[in-house]
Design a protein around this ligand. Structure first.
Ligand code: CTP
Length: 407
């Protein structure tokens, strides 16, 4: 299975060899195929090509130093090692291969290569004898054992008057190998090309400028679902109430406070292929709009506070006559008879699937790290999962809905 490079991000480590000039052409080829390229140059590479040339072709900054004040503040080498879909090392010199095999972290390139968990493709380029040397053969075997993919080297004329394998693979061959490598992982990206909308967290319904109605939702489950959907390749919008969580990587986050703002943000984020409503939306809000003045005690006891019902975001979207997402997933927070209540809820709200969880105080689910859920389908079928971390619930749920969507 091959995969296009459209929307994929490639961290390109350029090593110090004469083939470095071909790495500049590789940047061009990768971009032609729709990828964005973040170049990292070793000190050796800079003897052959300039960071400026790499940056100009990539259309973004080229990175060279491990201790670069600007990029340490803005990006940092660890982030650099994460914010891509793959790492390509071209040319991979004998020295660079040795340092990779040895786990060195002496400069930015090797530190990034050691810190990354992304798939790595290397395009070796070196003198014929160096390629044939037992040390290089050992390093190659170590790297292959570590899961590093290798493209080339090709036999043919090289800078020196020797011939045999050592010449770096052509840029288009490297790009093809990268597509194949990413394609093999496409099985891990079942939501590639899909749009997913997730709501998360509580809502706050203001009583006055300093007080509000809220609930104990932490947003952990919803945020984990957004992260898992993004990791599965989806374009994700997360509409979140007030939470103390960092934004999940690779997700567009829209922050809201009240239920009505959440509904508005959800409508603005459509269309979507899948909508997951994990937010614990406040059912009621004070009828009286919060003014700018704090409500004061007047000695006659608490002021009456009539409540009105908030819009039901899940039901509104699940019943949209036009533009309803093909798969609408709700959550049911229940403290008793979890499955029966959830079955009734699925009918009442018009969604396709309900993830029901027991939020009774004994379970510690609200705000906690684990969750025990039941998946209830519209036809009433129930699947119960063991107690799992919220991240694992999220991954399983994403795999489940991807399967449903694929039919
Ligand atoms: N929900 C919503 N908008 C609301 C209330 C709930 O979108 N105003 C969604 C939640 O995100 C969740 C589902 O509806 O996916 C069920 O939420 P839950 O609080 O369990 O149910 P309620 O509708 O509040 O019903 P009840 O209070 O009777 O349990």
């Amino acid at each position: 299975m091959t995969e296009t490079l459209a929307q994929r991000r490639v961290l390109l480590v350029i090593g110090g060899g004469i083939a470095a000039y071909k790495a500049l052409d590789l940047i061009r080829r990768l971009r032609e195929r729709g990828a964005s390229v973040c170049p990292v140059l070793t000190a050796g590479a800079q003897e052959f090509v300039t960071p400026l040339a790499a940056a100009a072709l990539a259309g973004e900054r080229a990175h060279t130093n491990l201790f670069d004040r600007a990029s340490e503040a803005e990006i940092g080498h660890i982030k650099l090692a994460r914010q891509a879909d793959a790492v390509v090392v071209a040319p991979a010199t004998a020295n660079l291969m040795a340092r990779m095999a040895g786990g060195h972290a002496a400069d930015l390139a090797t530190t990034v290569l050691l810190a990354t968990t992304l798939p790595i493709l290397i395009a070796p380029a070196m003198n014929v004898q160096m390629w044939a040397h037992p040390a290089t053969r050992r390093n190659r075997a170590v790297l292959e054992g570590d899961g590093v993919r290798i493209v080339g080297p090709n036999a043919g004329r090289m800078a020196e008057p020797e011939s045999g394998p050592g010449r770096m693979a052509e840029p288009n061959e490297i790009a093809d190998a990268l597509e194949r490598m990413l394609g093999q992982q496409a099985g891990d990206r079942p939501l590639a090309g899909r749009r997913v909308l997730v709501t998360s967290g509580p809502t706050h319904e203001p009583i006055d400028p300093v007080r509000y109605i809220a609930n104990r939702s932490s947003g952990r489950q919803g945020h984990a679902i957004a992260a898992a959907a993004a990791a599965a390749g989806a374009a994700v919008t997360l509409v979140s109430g007030p939470v103390a969580l960092p934004d999940p990587p690779g997700v567009a986050v829209v922050r809201v406070e009240t239920a009505r703002q959440m509904l508005e943000a959800v409508e603005a984020a459509l269309p979507a292929d899948i909508a997951v409503f994990a937010a614990a939306v406040a059912d009621w809000r004070p009828e009286q709009e919060a003014g700018s003045k704090k409500i004061k005690k007047d000695g006659t006891g608490p002021a009456p506070m009539p409540l009105v019902e908030n819009p039901d975001i899940l039901a509104t979207i699940a019943r949209l006559p036009v533009g309803r997402p093909p798969l609408v997933v709700g959550f049911a927070a229940e403290t008793d008879t979890v499955v029966e209540h959830a079955r009734a809820k699925i009918a009442r709200k018009g969604c396709d699937l309900i993830v029901a969880n027991d939020v009774s105080a004994e379970g510690g689910v609200m705000g906690g790290a684990d969750n025990t859920v039941h998946l209830i389908r519209r036809d009433g079928a129930v699947e119960t999962w063991p107690r799992l971390g919220k991240e694992e619930v999220a991954r399983r749920l994403v795999a489940h809905v991807a399967g449903l969507l694929a039919g």
